[in-house]
Design a protein around this ligand. Structure first.
Ligand SMILES: [Zn+2]
Length: 92
């Protein structure tokens, strides 16, 4: 598993063969574990990086998330049009 273009949580779930109905949620919940698995399977050559979610309306970036998730609302402009976090697998 390797990606040059960012993957959504759903695409990661597909790659890992997770149930597509719950895949997105599972990926968010188990991201730390998934990141470790990727590092181990690649013998430390690859790491998983998160591109934080972003408000489509005002461009606010959710940098300080303690956990990956798709926020429901922008704290700055209250818009609900939020781009979900994306993930990249890159050489470390
Ligand atoms: Zn906003």
């Amino acid at each position: 598993m390797n990606s040059k273009t960012p993957l959504s949580a759903q695409e990661i779930a597909l790659e890992l063969g997770l149930d597509p109905r719950h895949g997105e949620k599972l990926v968010y919940e188990h991201l730390r574990h998934i990141a470790k698995t990727i590092r181990r399977q690649s013998k430390g050559k690859l790491s998983l990086y998160m591109i934080p979610p972003r408000c489509r309306n005002c461009g606010y970036v959710f940098k300080d998330l303690d956990k990956p998730r798709k926020p429901s609302k922008c704290p700055r402009c209250k818009s609900q049009r939020i781009d979900p976090p994306l993930f990249k697998i890159m050489s470390s």
